[in-house]
Design a protein around this ligand. Structure first.
Ligand SMILES: Nc1ncnc2c1ncn2[C@@H]1O[C@H](COP(=O)(O)OP(=O)(O)O)[C@@H](O)[C@H]1O
Ligand SMILES: [Mg+2]
Length: 242
């Protein structure tokens, strides 16, 4: 594998996501839909990966597999040195909580909880003693310091998106996954959110996997992959523009 890392460091990159012939199918027999058709992909800590592909190509499914939220139906997957291919759900849930931050396409905030609670409760459950302070800091970093006590339905779509991003970055995960995170944002807010995502990933030495329709945004990643009809159609490393 080519190593295009900054030559000021000579640290050997460690893979944090490793898919080997990963497949995902839904349904049985005649109704079977093959969504991921044998993906080979190894992503190192510190990489930023832009994922491009037409609607329905399998980008969200790939992210769900990388998050350990869908089990591969063929091949293997390892996250942060753990083979999760057949991992029991409770172990997988703990791994996910500690290592993976995910920004879903449809935010998935808890409607009865304030912005602050949406971010702090998962931290508390993970045993963080400074959950509230960390959650506030994460919300401030996405420009929501003035919305801590608002409920999701008291916020705009863009603000809800930013709460979802704060929730994902607050635990400093090794793996940060984002599914079209700027889809609902105006360009100024979108730029701010993207900067926050890149900075959080860099600060945590995490891998960032960013699904986007925006080729310009993908071009700012250190690597671009293209998904076509459930397959990896292109994979290129580039000098990151940041
Ligand atoms: N739970 C599911 N059951 C059946 N088909 C699914 C399921 N989830 C996704 N698919 C199908 O998988 C394909 C890829 O979907 P998705 O990963 O959401 O694509 P993308 O994010 O690239 O638009 C689509 O054809 C979609 O209908
Ligand atoms: Mg999608």
């Amino acid at each position: 594998m080519t190593n295009l890392q900054d030559n000021s460091t000579s640290i050997t990159p460690t893979p944090v996501i490793d898919l080997d012939n990963a497949q995902l199918s839904f349904g049985e027999k005649a109704k079977r839909v093959d969504v991921l058709k044998g993906i080979n992909l190894c992503i190192d800590a510190g990489e930023t990966v832009g994922v491009l592909g037409a609607s329905g190509a399998g980008k969200t499914s790939l992210l769900m597999v990388m998050a350990g939220l869908e089990n591969v139906t063929g091949g293997t997957i390892a996250l942060a040195d753990y083979d999760i291919t057949n991992m029991p759900e409770d172990a997988l849930a703990a791994l996910r909580r500690d290592k993976v931050g995910i920004v879903f396409q449809a935010f998935r905030l808890i409607a009865s909880m304030t912005a602050l609670q949406n971010v702090s409760i998962p931290l508390e459950l993970a045993g963080n003693s400074d959950a509230t302070a960390r959650a506030s800091a994460a919300l401030e970093s996405v420009g929501l310091g003035h919305r801590l006590h608002h409920l999701p339905d008291q916020m705009s779509g863009g603000e809800q998106q930013r709460v979802a991003i704060a929730r994902a970055i607050a635990p400093n995960p090794r793996i940060l996954l984002a599914d079209e995170p700027t889809g609902n944002l105006d360009s100024t807010t979108g730029e701010k959110v993207i900067k926050t995502l890149f900075e959080s990933a860099a600060n945590a030495g995490a891998a960032l996997v960013l699904v986007t329709h925006d080729a310009g945004l993908a071009a700012r990643c250190s690597r671009i992959i293209q998904i076509e009809d459930g397959k990896l159609a292109a994979d290129s490393k580039q000098k990151a523009a940041g």
